[in-house]
Unconditional design. Structure first.
Length: 412
């Protein structure tokens, strides 16, 4: 008994010494750069005297906690130490795991078992449980890392009184308010590398190369590699393209190329003129998004069908590849190792100043922070008039003087 009492006193003394508790989570799709961000937050916070808790599986972990000291909540959260985060800090993905859980819109079948008798509607708002669970853990500040879906729920919690400091993440680079989201650089780097690798097959067989890339509503992941010379043309969600026009341009490109091939990058959210997005699965996630996929194959089929029209009656075959998870797996590149480190420290700077309701950002090459509600108050997409040549189906090449680092900024 005496030993247990002593241990309890030591724990209480440790709690009193702690400046506070910071919780961090990663939601939505995985990207390289999440683990470096978690590492940066944890090491800095521990050094400043805070305790850091990693919430597991995005918003799912904090939703599923059982508020009982005897309960096993190890699948919901873990205390983060320097040793834990250092092991993962140079790797891709997220060791805290992720999900597309949306606690404010939870279907009856997804309600945690211990809450099923309380939440019985077909669609339930479990936000009261999330807030109680954060209080039960003693969380003073919450740092969600995610895209506009994950962070939109962060905005919701902030409006309910939770102290939130957000970090933007998404391969599509489409979180409003910032020029850069964690994961984007690695996505562009891998897209360029893989496109260049596939050129050898396209050239050997004198074919058209059609590559489907990420980009549900924003075409940045197709625009930047094309601007860097990886492709002849690109089609993006912001502009409904004419397949006949694309066929003519690509065959002209092929015929002017001594190696007799040409390349087009197709955003997964791109649409034929008068058409709609192509879904690989009609089942929707918690944020109402069905899984995209298949536009690349359709484009390739139509290009082959139309090719005799622009190639003296002869058909041209296509090589088609969906890059998909190949650009989001593996280790982060240099930018996605450096920027997450900076973002994590920026988040801690805000917390040390007692500030919250902010999202850390990069704007015009400089680190900053803006109000978190920018995530839900605007959209970040390619400015077609400024950056996309609809006649040539590729990025504009205007003067780059005084342009932001990645050319297409959040305020365009």
């Amino acid at each position: 008994m005496g030993s247990n009492k002593s241990k309890k006193q030591n724990v209480m003394a440790e709690v009193k010494k702690t400046k506070g508790v910071i919780a961090i989570l990663t939601g939505g799709g995985d990207v390289p750069g999440l683990n470096p961000a978690i590492r940066a937050v944890t090491i800095r916070a521990n050094r400043e005297g805070y305790k850091v808790i990693g919430l597991r599986r995005g918003w799912a972990g904090i939703t599923e906690i059982i508020r009982d000291n005897k309960a096993d909540n190890s699948s919901c959260y873990q205390v983060l130490t320097d040793d834990i985060v250092n092991k993962a800090g140079r790797t891709g993905g997220t060791f805290l795991h992720t999900s597309r859980t949306r606690p404010s819109h939870m279907a009856k079948g997804n309600v945690p078992e211990h809450l099923k008798s309380t939440y019985t509607a077909e669609m339930n708002d479990l936000t009261p449980e999330v807030i109680k669970n954060l209080e039960w853990l003693g969380v003073d500040y919450l740092i969600p890392i995610g895209g506009d879906d994950t962070l939109s729920y962060g905005v919701h919690l902030y409006k309910k009184g939770v102290k939130v400091v957000a970090i933007p993440k998404t391969m599509d680079n489409d979180v409003p308010g910032t020029d850069y989201c964690i994961g984007f650089s690695t996505c562009v780097t891998r897209t360029i590398q893989m496109t260049n690798s596939l050129r050898t097959s396209a050239g050997s067989h004198e074919r058209l190369l059609v590559l489907e890339v990420f980009g549900r509503y924003a075409g940045f992941t197709a625009m930047l590699p094309t601007m860097a010379g990886a492709a002849n043309r690109c089609v993006i969600p912001e502009y409904e393209f004419d397949i006949d026009q694309l066929a003519r341009l690509l065959i002209e490109d092929r015929n002017h190329n001594p190696s007799r091939y040409s390349v087009v990058l197709v955003s997964e959210g791109a649409m034929f003129k008068g058409g709609q997005m192509i879904f690989s699965d009609q089942e929707k996630d918690a944020y109402g998004h069905a899984k995209l996929g298949g536009i690349g194959d359709l484009v390739a089929d139509k290009l082959k069908e139309l090719s005799p029209k622009y190639n003296k009656g002869k058909s041209i075959n296509c090589i088609t590849q969906k890059l998909g998870y190949m650009v989001r797996g593996g280790d982060p590149d240099a930018l996605d190792s450096i920027v997450p480190m900076a973002y994590g420290n920026l988040a801690l700077d805000l917390i040390l100043k007692g500030l919250h309701g902010r999202i850390v950002v990069l704007k015009n090459g400089r680190y900053d922070n803006v109000p978190i509600d920018v995530v839900t108050s605007s959209k970040k997409i390619v400015n077609v008039a400024e950056h996309y040549n609809t006649e040539r189906l590729r990025p504009f090449y205007h003067s780059f003087e005084m342009k932001p680092f990645l050319l297409m900024a959040s305020d365009d």
